[in-house]
Design a binder for this molecule. Structure first.
Ligand code: NAI
Length: 296
């Protein structure tokens, strides 16, 4: 199967940080995109967020107003999941929870075309396990974007045991057509990047727990001395502590509770308090109006 052409309609389920970004990427590539979220108004808010960011490009003369209007017209918020039925590719970017994702995939199988590819943006849940609940697991593939999706080039194309190779190739070639740098991965816990990154988060959190230095000092050190784009604390604030903590738990449990992947109590506290990072206005840093915020 070749890459999907731009006549193929794409659906993105979940219009949070990742879903909105993925919808932007697909619409920029020329696809009509259905954007659905179970939270009322979230899909519209996702499209408004895209409009706001891209309007700045227009104002700076880096993008034509006409192109922006056309792009936004290609993103269609839909209130009911059944409205995505004619899509050739559905990418789910909902909450990082096996049972909830399985429920959604079952609904999608029931309503989508038989030849539609179902892709998951999961960071860490086994694509094999997600497929195990499906009638046709061959059509499920991981399409793992990085945050922020419009800016980050890498896409992990993750094959579960049952994933049809032709489906994975189509998603790989489509991601490449969208200007991304895809890489194949098998469905090992955390895939590639989230596996490699776990010790970075874990050791940073342990340093704070042991009061070796505060988050701002450690972030500045990683950026200025380590040449990292972001330190662990500004990065996890961007990712969302609920998401990052769920991913750590998922990798920890998948590796039979190997202590290398032990989740952090400091992060658990943030999640319990609802201090989820940028999206809630408070994480390691404050993002309230007027507050000093890190600008990585
Ligand atoms: P988020 O919390 O910003 O957004 C999730 C959205 O999904 C919410 O708007 C929620 O209302 C919606 N939702 C939840 N259950 C739903 C359902 N059953 N049907 C429809 N909508 C539903 O989360 P985020 O950060 O966008 O993450 C989404 C997925 O992407 C997760 O699987 C996460 O692991 C993965 N991911 C996250 C990255 C990050 O840096 N935040 C990076 C790469 C992948």
């Amino acid at each position: 199967m070749p890459a999907l052409d731009t006549q193929t309609k794409v659906a993105v389920i979940g219009a949070g940080a990742m879903g909105a970004g993925i919808a932007q990427v697909a619409a920029q590539a020329g696809h009509h995109v259905f954007l659905h979220d179970q939270r009322e108004g979230a899909a519209e808010a996702g499209r408004d967020g895209i409009a706001k960011v891209l309007q700045r490009r227009v104002d700076k003369g880096k993008m034509d107003q006409q192109d922006l209007d056309a792009l936004l017209n290609r993103i269609q918020p839909v209130a009911d999941l059944s409205e995505v039925a004619e899509s050739g590719l559905v990418i789910e970017a909902i909450v990082e929870n096996l049972d909830i994702k399985r429920g959604l995939l079952a609904d999608l199988e029931a309503l989508c075309r038989e030849d539609a590819i179902l892709a998951t943006n999961t960071s860490s849940i086994s694509v094999t396990s997600l497929g195990a609940g499906m009638k046709h697991p061959g059509r499920l593939v991981g399409m793992h974007f990085f945050n922020p999706a419009p800016l980050m080039a890498l896409v992990e194309v993750v094959l579960g045991l049952a994933t049809d190779k032709a489906v994975a190739e189509t998603v790989y070639d489509t991601a490449a057509n969208w200007g991304k740098k895809p890489v194949y991965a098998t469905s090992t816990p955390g895939f590639i990047v989230n596996r490699v990154a776990r010790p970075f988060y874990a050791e940073s959190l342990r340093l704070v727990q042991e009061q070796a230095a505060d988050p701002a000092t450690l972030d500045a050190l990683m950026r200025e001395a380590g040449n990292f784009r972001m330190g662990a604390f500004e990065l996890t604030d961007l990712i969302g502590h609920d998401v990052n903590y769920a991913v750590t738990n998922s990798v920890f449990n998948a590796y039979y509770q190997d202590t290398r992947f032990l989740p952090s109590l400091v992060q658990q506290e943030l999640v319990s308090a609802g201090h989820l990072g940028r999206k809630s206005g408070q994480g390691f840093y404050s993002y309230q109006e007027g507050a000093e915020r890190p600008e990585p």
